[in-house]
Design a protein around this ligand. Structure first.
Ligand code: AKG
Ligand code: FE2
Length: 223
């Protein structure tokens, strides 16, 4: 198959298909993909510039559902987030790359991914995100989670690793340092995961591909 060429928002980059193939192969084999330098430089650079360009007031304390009060939220996750709408050139570059990945995954894995949402996340020193699932079967349309890290010179003393657990929650399957250019992709409703306490400011982008509700209803008959 040819490499993708998207002219989305005037970007006109050719996307290297081998990076997408690596992710798809990992997902088929493990349901999880962890790839260092798995994102092209022009995409990571755009995201890093995008974070720098955003005024701090655009970042809001992340919530975890409607019912919890601030204290409960803070005990679960301490990051601040800013949704990426694609209005900046940097955001548009990122969304175009994710769109090409979405199309590729649908062509190869027939996942029926329909939409994508993503945000920048900043974890100040001392913050974490306790173990959670990104989606619960039958309750959410999120199917595939994707995280890209934006941190130069991250070393083992800096903490902040992502730990992904086996579906029965007992076994840590993967421990990922949030180093610039590393991309993690996994099935949203299968793998519990957590962010360990970061010792210094940790920047990332988290995103989710979702299926369309009506398609989902048709494909998944009620149990
Ligand atoms: O930043 C990470 O490593 C994971 C973030 C996460 O799990 C989430 O935002 O749902
Ligand atoms: Fe998560």
């Amino acid at each position: 198959m040819d490499n993708f060429s998207l002219n989305n928002g005037g970007i006109g980059h050719i996307f290297d298909q081998s990076l997408f193939d690596n992710i798809v192969d990992d997902l088929v084999e493990h349901g999880i993909s962890v790839r260092e330098n798995g994102v092209p430089d022009f995409v990571v650079n755009a995201l890093c510039q995008g974070v720098k360009a955003l005024p701090a007031r655009q970042f809001k304390k992340a919530g975890i559902g409607r019912a919890q009060d601030y204290q409960t939220k803070h005990a679960i996750r301490g990051d601040s987030i800013c949704w990426i709408e694609g209005t900046s050139e940097e955001g548009a570059t990122w969304l175009a790359w994710c769109e090409a990945l979405r199309v590729h995954i649908n062509r190869t894995l027939f996942m029926g991914l329909f939409s994508f949402e993503s945000h920048y996340a900043t974890y100040p020193p001392g913050t974490f995100y306790k173990r959670h699932l990104d989606a619960f079967k039958g309750q959410s349309n999120r199917k595939l989670s994707i995280i890209v890290y934006l941190n130069d010179d991250w070393c083992s003393d800096d903490g902040g690793e992502l730990v992904i657990y086996s579906p029965n929650q007992r076994l840590p399957l993967s421990r990922v340092a949030p180093k610039r250019g590393t991309i993690v992709t996994f099935l949203s409703d299968v793998f519990p995961h957590e962010v360990l306490t970061a010792k210094k400011t940790r920047h990332s982008v988290a995103g989710w591909f979702s299926v369309n509700t009506s398609i989902n209803d048709n494909i998944d008959p009620p149990e």
